[in-house]
Design a protein around this ligand. Structure first.
Ligand code: ADP
Ligand code: MG
Length: 661
């Protein structure tokens, strides 16, 4: 129901509420308080001087207003509080004067000074006379808490019968209160027990309906028919024998998962989650190989050009003994070069094309695409994934690779519609990266270590959060660091900078020189965050490390230690930062992400912008992860048993995602 149908809400108020995304009465009722104040009215004779207290009093004298200067005034009056005639003072409430009539009973919030018998009030409440729990809401300019609470009250009183999204039998099973009662309790609780009951119900409801949709997507994807291939296992074994290393346990399991997907008629929709350096590429390579021998083309998408090139080189290497034609397609190839690749893709002359997102371009038409591999896909949300799947008439299998280790409950929310393979173990021969947190005062140690590494013929990454000084205060910018380091090393070391505002061509040229070992120290912003492989780089120095999330630091650190050499990571920060200690403790991405999750909450984990489908009004996937798992299991049962057919709301969801034929 439109919000304007509520008493007291005209066009002006409607606009105000729209700013808070409140368009309907349902929206208003699900605009939940963010906290509650426990208001207990005390006897002023029992109060301690420094406590903020609530007292009830009767106004005795007409308030006087004192204007001290512009925007600064105070009111003064006498109040009878528990039999004491107390002098009350409150700042900047001159506008209340006319409401403070003699004889009126009010509640004062503030501190009582017994010796002076005066009360310094911070707030005056007119509508409370007894103990009360007060709901606090996030507000915007022009909207008062009282007004909002009044509208919500009107909505609650009009008994709208808001649909309960928890199925009846589950309500019974868990003993949940009904929806209308939950809404009443959440906004106007009489006790903290009521709040608890309301929250339990509403959180479960929210997670149930969310996971219902995710589960439906998953089941739908499972039903989607893809390519059923005959897997040439001998070819796979032969290929694995050409490798110079033995695959880890988790790599083998993941490959098994993938080959199973590819052999069955259902469409593969699988995410491989593995820490940096866990060896995800080879897993994808096996999938590509299998797809090739089954007679289909593959494509491999990377988030940046540099990365695409690197994958191209690496994969061509892996396929040295194979007769697989591999092409690279990047944005700054000439139109002519691109055109000729388009032609070869269309004619089937190319078996595997590696490139950036440009690959989803309409001009790229495959002869028979059977497999899409998407690297570092953590930037996509559920919605984008679905859009990708709707592309084209043939239905290629999709394999996502992500180096973002995330806690299970988060994965369930974000990737619940995908099948999941985890690579938790890392190839053995790697040495642990030694990580140290240092303050800028200790920079000499760091410089010394840098020199040592350079003398040993190794290379160094230096990272700063900013490009130039002007951007923000006193932080070490890329430019300033270059100056400092040039000075420290007396211009004898080749140092270069790279940042997001440079042209792609410049960036690529510098990366190329770094790759060739001509540049010894590369100072950059976080543009190097994703996947680039410089085996000879053994040291990572991150300035103003406190500015980064743990997960981001972990990703950055993953740029070194990509071979048998001992590598180092120095985190420079002047803040006594317990958070950074986690990095010294561990190089396990799953552990670090769990810590990051604990410290920063769900908000901007790994810089994933909350896509529309991940915003919860009351649930918090970190603290409510147990409810999440429960709700997800329940909603799956609800879906597969077709219980949903009795619930228009859920039928509607299924229609929206084309679940029902
Ligand atoms: P990521 O998971 O970060 O994408 P890569 O696939 O790029 O990691 O692998 C990192 C490096 O480890 C590559 O040089 C690769 O050849 C190597 N590698 C992969 N698997 C193994 C293994 N089982 N044993 C040893 N080295 C491996
Ligand atoms: Mg990779």
């Amino acid at each position: 129901m439109n919000i304007e149908q509520l008493n007291g809400i005209g066009p002006k108020n409607k606009n105000l509420l729209n700013k808070l995304n409140i368009n309907t009465i349902e929206d208003l009722l699900t605009y939940y308080p963010y906290k509650y104040l426990d208001i207990k009215i005390v006897n002023i004779n029992d109060a301690n001087s420094n406590d903020t207290i609530y007292v009830k009093g009767t106004i005795v004298t007409i308030p006087k207003v004192y204007y001290i200067r512009r925007n600064f005034n105070y009111l003064s009056f006498v109040c009878d509080i528990n039999g004491n005639m107390v002098n009350v003072k409150i700042f900047n409430r001159a506008f209340l004067k006319n409401n403070l009539t003699v004889g009126r009973v009010i509640v004062l919030v503030g501190k009582y000074d017994k010796l002076k018998n005066s009360f310094m009030a911070s707030d005056i409440k007119f509508n409370i006379v007894d103990d009360k729990i007060e709901a606090k809401y996030h507000l915007i300019n022009g909207l008062k808490e009282n007004t909002l609470a009044k509208w919500i009250n009107t909505a609650l009183e009009s008994k709208l019968n808001i649909e309960d999204l928890v199925p009846n039998d589950l309500n019974e099973k868990y003993g949940f209160i009904d929806k209308n009662m939950a809404l009443k309790y959440i906004h106007e609780p009489k006790s903290f027990d009521e709040i608890k009951k309301a929250k339990l119900k509403l959180i479960y409801e929210e997670l149930f309906s969310y996971t219902f949709k995710i589960n439906a997507l998953k089941v739908k994807n499972k039903k989607a028919l893809g390519i059923k291939r005959n897997i040439d296992e001998e070819k796979v074994t032969d290929f694995l024998n050409t490798l110079s290393f033995k695959l880890t346990e988790d790599q083998l399991t993941t490959i098994k998962d993938i080959l199973e997907d590819m052999a069955t008629p259902h469409r593969m929709n699988r995410l491989v989650l593995g820490d940096v350096g866990s060896g995800k590429t080879i897993v994808a390579v096996v999938a590509i190989l299998t797809n090739f021998y089954a007679g289909f083309q593959s494509t491999f998408m990377a988030p940046t050009e540099i990365l695409a090139k690197q994958h191209y080189e690496a994969i061509k290497n892996y396929f040295e003994q194979e007769n697989i034609k591999v092409a690279l397609l990047t944005g700054h190839m000439t139109a002519k070069e691109k055109q000729s690749i388009y032609v070869d893709i269309a004619s089937g002359n190319i078996d595997l094309v590696i490139g950036t997102h440009a690959l989803i371009n309409d001009k790229v038409i495959f002869k028979n695409l059977g497999l899409v591999v998407i690297d570092e896909q953590h930037l996509f949300g559920v919605k984008q994934r679905n859009a990708l799947q709707e592309k084209g008439t043939i239905v290629p299998d999709v394999l996502y690779l992500s180096a973002t280790p995330i806690p299970r409950s988060y994965a369930l929310c974000l990737y619940g519609d995908l099948d999941l393979s985890m690579i938790k173990t890392k190839p053995k021969m790697r040495k642990e990266i030694i990580t140290k947190v240092r303050s800028e005062k200790e920079i000499k140690d760091v410089l010394f270590k840098m020199l040592e590494e350079i003398k040993a013929g190794h290379q160094i990454f230096v990272v700063s959060p900013l490009i130039d000084e002007q951007e923000e205060g006193n932080l070490n910018s890329v430019l300033k660091l270059k100056e400092k380091l040039d000075m420290a090393f007396q211009n004898k070391v080749n140092i270069a900078i790279i940042h997001g505002k440079m042209k792609q061509k410049e960036k690529d040229a510098i990366m190329q020189e770094f790759l060739e070992g001509k540049i010894k120290i590369l100072i950059s912003t976080t543009v190097i965050e994703v996947g680039i492989d410089i085996p000879n780089a053994t040291m990572m120095v991150i300035f103003n490390a406190e500015r980064f999330g743990l997960a981001a630091l972990h990703q950055l650190r993953g740029r070194v230690g990509r071979n048998d050499l001992q590598s180092y990571c120095y985190l420079i920060s002047n803040f006594d930062n317990m958070r950074l200690k986690v990095m010294e403790e561990s190089t396990d991405g799953f552990y670090i992400s769990e810590k990051d999750f604990e410290q920063r909450g769900q908000g901007d984990l790994f810089g994933i912008k909350q896509s529309g489908d991940m915003i919860f009004k009351i649930a918090n996937i970190r603290t409510d992860s147990r409810i999440l798992l429960q709700a997800s299991g329940d909603s799956l049962k609800f879906l597969t048993s077709q219980e949903y057919s009795k619930y228009p709301y859920y039928k509607q969801i299924l229609t929206e995602i084309d679940y029902l034929d």
